[in-house]
Write a protein that binds this ligand. Structure first.
Ligand code: PMP
Length: 434
């Protein structure tokens, strides 16, 4: 249907007030006014299944999180220069979800800030500058992390101290070669860096490689690369902004799927279910010198409301057994997608862990050429039919499916039916896939 005239006006006002840097999802932008659980409502009252939002991870407007935030907001909201029970209790509770080696956590407000401070600590500890990331990584928006976020494109050029390596690629690299290739590529990047007079301080990856097109398999493939960066005197930073907080179903943290313990862990997005809460956990020795010399104060980071939000999220994940649900419901969706794929040559690969899934659209199974046109068609078709996802990856051809962790079987079935319908419609509207 046509765009609502009021929405058209709002789009114009938005462009005038916010400027040109913002983007809207979908050919026909969505005007959402309310959310609850896995559902969103637009202003006309139409309901959408949110299969994309990994921020409202325990469900939109979860009553326990809303209660925790608004309750604390009515009592006290200051900062970390005063003693407060809750921020300490929250830090202890968060660290208890991690390996013992990670002994401190520092709080920030965005994932970008968490990566930024992790980088400062890593560089000060190693007294080195070089950082290796994957070719389409996204680690955030500050000056320091944008230069190591090549998915931002050519306008955010790679920093002089940054080197890029290929992310794993399930469809194009045999599973048994994935670990060795990643470590070999890292080794080459380190050698190149050294040839330019730069020593490696850190290897940082999103442990599920979201912006690289979602690469979860085979679990364990990260380990040799992590061993290598340490052998070369650098540290390993796990960016858990996307896979963390039980999303993968297999584990609470993405790095745990790879059987390793990072030197630092950065986190954000689902941490406060939409309230800005983020942080970085680390081995205590890394921050000893930095802490003594640099101090650390973040006006909003770790305030009592943030702590209340974070604590409520952990409570809900535990009490509603959301990791088990992610595992169970995620497996059901993956099976359903595999089933659809057997009937659709446009699907080159289905992969995922828990409630983080990807469907790779290709022109044919022989060349596996990315089919961004089809992926875009599917995303917009689903939106018209009340299901929200997006597309990602090097060829913009990978459907990214990432619903709140409270998604249950009936909604999962509804999702699968909509995907089947969308692929059938794509075959009618576009050239049928070969
Ligand atoms: N790291 C990863 C892996 C992310 O996906 C993101 C956000 N998309 C960030 C860091 C940055 O987080 P924020 O937008 O909260 O700054």
């Amino acid at each position: 249907g046509a765009l609502d005239p009021d929405d058209k006006t709002l789009i114009d006002r938005r462009a005038r007030a916010l400027g040109p840097a913002y983007r809207l999802f979908y050919e026909k932008p969505l005007h959402i006014v309310r959310g609850e659980g896995v559902w969103l409502w637009d202003k006309s009252g139409k309901k959408y299944l949110d299969a994309y939002n990994n921020v409202a991870s325990v469900g939109h407007c979860h009553p326990r999180v809303v209660q925790a935030i608004s309750g604390q907001l009515g009592v006290l909201n200051t900062h970390t220069r005063y003693l407060h029970e809750d921020v300490v209790a929250y830090a202890e509770r968060l660290l208890a979800t991690m390996p013992d080696a990670l002994g401190h956590v520092m709080f920030t407000c965005t994932g970008s800030e968490a990566n930024d401070i992790a980088l400062r600590v890593a560089r000060s500890y190693t007294k080195r500058q070089g950082v290796i990331v994957t070719r389409l990584a996204y680690h955030g928006l500050t000056e320091a992390v944008a230069e190591m976020s090549p998915s931002l494109g050519a306008f955010a050029p790679r920093g002089a101290r940054i080197r890029l390596i290929d992310a794993p690629d399930t469809l194009r690299v045999p599973p048994q070669d994935q670990a060795a290739k990643l470590a070999a590529d890292l080794g080459k990047a380190i050698a190149e860096m050294r040839a330019d007079g730069i020593e490696p301080a850190a290897f940082i990856v999103d442990t599920i490689f979201s912006s690289d097109g979602l690469q979860p398999d085979p679990a364990g493939f990260l380990k040799p690369a992590v061993d290598l960066i340490r052998a070369e005197g650098g540290i390993f930073i796990a960016d858990e902004v996307q896979p963390g907080f039980a999303r993968t179903g297999d584990a609470f943290w993405g790095f745990q799927r790879h059987g390793l313990v990072p030197d630092m862990v950065t986190m954000g997005k689902p941490m406060g279910n939409g309230f800005p809460v983020s942080g970085v956990a680390m081995r205590p020795e890394l921050v000893k010198d930095f802490g003594e010399k640099a101090r650390y104060f973040n006006t909003f980071g770790g305030n009592p409301v943030a702590a209340a939000a974070g604590m409520a999220v952990l409570d809900v994940i535990e009490d509603e057994a959301l990791q088990a649900n992610a595992s169970r419901t995620g497996a059901f969706i993956k099976e359903g997608l595999h089933d659809i794929a057997t009937r659709r040559s446009a699907i080159g690969d289905v992969r995922g862990a828990g409630l983080f899934l990807a469907v790779e659209c290709v022109t044919d199974h022989e060349t596996n050429t990315p089919d961004a046109g089809r992926a875009g068609f599917i995303v917009n078709h689903l939106r018209e039919n009340g299901v929200l996802i997006s597309a990602t990856g090097p060829g913009a051809n990978i459907l990214k499916i990432r619903p709140p962790l409270v998604l249950q079987r009936p909604e999962a079935q509804l999702f699968l039916d909509a995907v089947e319908t969308a692929f059938a419609a794509a075959d009618l509207r576009l050239a049928p896939s070969r």
